[in-house]
Design a protein around this ligand. Structure first.
Ligand SMILES: [Zn+2]
Length: 205
């Protein structure tokens, strides 16, 4: 085990940087990701959970997201408690119910919302959530690179690119990006953020 960081998919649109890993762990991670890549992100991510638990590996891009957005999430919950008159006098049971609502509202208030259970990511650094973010980001990055590579030489038949938002609810950041049309030369780096639910689509002339 080394302290050095190692990068998964270097040079791609969304490299993922890992700590607490060595070459063998990285190799195993790529193998698990590749084996599961047609099974859907959730199934693909499952075998990674054990690897995360065994090695204590950390992903910089996920840590960065937690560092920036967890305080906003917690502040929002505090704000909601303070603005709810009944909070202090509520029974334990009502507090539990209110807190569930506050957590949901706090997640929805964020402008970048990755596809995982954010409550569990923020509150427990949940390994299922971390594994899902790794699988989704890795696979979406690879799929997008492949699509763009295959389109090389066909630029003239493409009218424009656009961001397709997911029915599960895009985040405000992605919604804003989806309002625009993009040419081959001004494509945003896709996926737009860790665990992005959106897809890059092209429209032919
Ligand atoms: Zn988004």
């Amino acid at each position: 085990m080394t302290d050095a960081k190692m990068v998964l998919n270097p040079g791609s649109n969304f490299p993922l940087t890992f700590y607490n890993v060595d070459k063998n762990i990285m190799r195993k991670m790529v193998m698990l990701l590749e084996e599961g890549k047609n099974k859907g992100y959730r199934a693909q991510s499952r075998p990674l959970v054990g690897l995360i638990a065994e090695t204590g590996l950390r992903c910089k891009e996920i840590d960065d997201y937690i560092l920036e957005f967890k305080p906003r999430y917690l502040n929002k919950i505090e704000e909601l408690k303070n603005s709810t008159e009944d909070w202090n006098t509520a029974s334990e049971r009502d507090k539990k119910r209110l807190l569930r609502e506050f957590r949901e509202e706090a997640v929805e208030s964020l402008d970048i919302i990755p596809a995982c259970n954010l409550e569990r990511l923020f509150e427990d650094e949940d390994k299922d959530a971390i594994a899902l973010l790794i699988a989704a980001t890795y696979t979406k990055t690879a799929d997008t690179s492949r699509m763009l590579r295959e389109l090389k030489g066909f630029e003239s038949i493409i009218k424009h690119f656009e961001i397709g938002t997911s029915a599960d609810g895009p985040c405000p950041h992605c919604e804003q990006m989806a309002e625009k049309k993009y040419s081959f030369n001004d494509l945003p780096k896709f996926p737009l953020h860790i665990g992005c639910r959106c897809s890059l689509q092209y429209i032919c002339k």
